[in-house]
Design a protein around this ligand. Structure first.
Ligand code: F6R
Ligand code: ZN
Length: 204
């Protein structure tokens, strides 16, 4: 039997979550006591389909695209990790600002997303079939990302997109897969609306 860590020890993750949301700084995406990871445009090399628009934007500056404040209360099987993501609004060419995207290293690990502010989408690609779908991510909307699914979060709005992702502590993040193959589809803006298209260079 596991050593008892004192009264209420099992409530710690819940208290951490309350703390996470109550100390959230909407200007920076920071949360006290959470590790903040920031991704700038230069970190997303190879992600955007329009390579010349990417180079042109990077030649001007290297803006922050998104940040994740991660809370990792424990790392045993059964524990949960959660991250507060914040993607800034913007586009490279016609493609919206987005995360690098990943599959979980433990392929069967699912994830629960919950929208807190702004407007966006989750791009979901089934690793077995390649089937792709986009699912809206808005305040108070929950999105279930099944296991064996590569996922990328996209800000389609004019405000920061803020969301919570909750996943097994053992999930791990595989970025290599995306760096090698990328997603088969992209999401671009047409007449002010998001549109899902096959990645142009994957048509060749
Ligand atoms: C965790 C998860 C999210 C992402 C966040 C940033 O499994 O899916 O918390 O980590 O949206 O995206 P990536 O990790 O792709 O840079
Ligand atoms: Zn994930």
């Amino acid at each position: 039997m596991r050593h008892h860590e004192g009264p209420g020890a099992h409530l710690k993750p819940m208290l951490d979550l309350a703390n996470l949301l109550s100390t959230y700084n909407s200007d920076t995406g920071e949360v006290s006591s959470a590790r903040l990871q920031e991704r700038h445009l230069s970190d997303l090399r190879g992600c955007f389909a329009d390579a010349s628009a990417y180079q042109a934007a990077l030649a001007v500056k290297d803006p922050l695209i998104y940040s994740v404040a991660a809370i990792e209360p424990g790392s045993a099987a059964g524990d949960l990790h959660y991250g507060l993501g914040r993607i800034l609004p913007g586009k490279i060419g016609q493609e919206y600002f987005m995360t690098k995207g990943h599959a979980h290293a433990q392929r069967s690990a699912a994830e629960f997303y919950f929208g807190l502010a702004g407007e966006g989408l989750l791009l979901l690609e089934d690793l077995a079939t390649g089937e792709t779908r986009i699912v809206p991510l808005r305040p108070s909307h929950a999105v279930y990302v099944p296991g064996n699914t590569a996922h990328r979060t996209i800000n389609t709005g004019r405000q920061p997109l803020v969301y919570l992702g909750v996943y097994p502590a053992t999930a791990g993040h595989d970025y290599e897969l995306i760096a090698r193959k990328n997603f088969r589809h992209i999401v671009t803006e047409h007449n002010g609306q998001p549109r899902l298209l096959p990645r142009p260079n994957s048509l060749a």
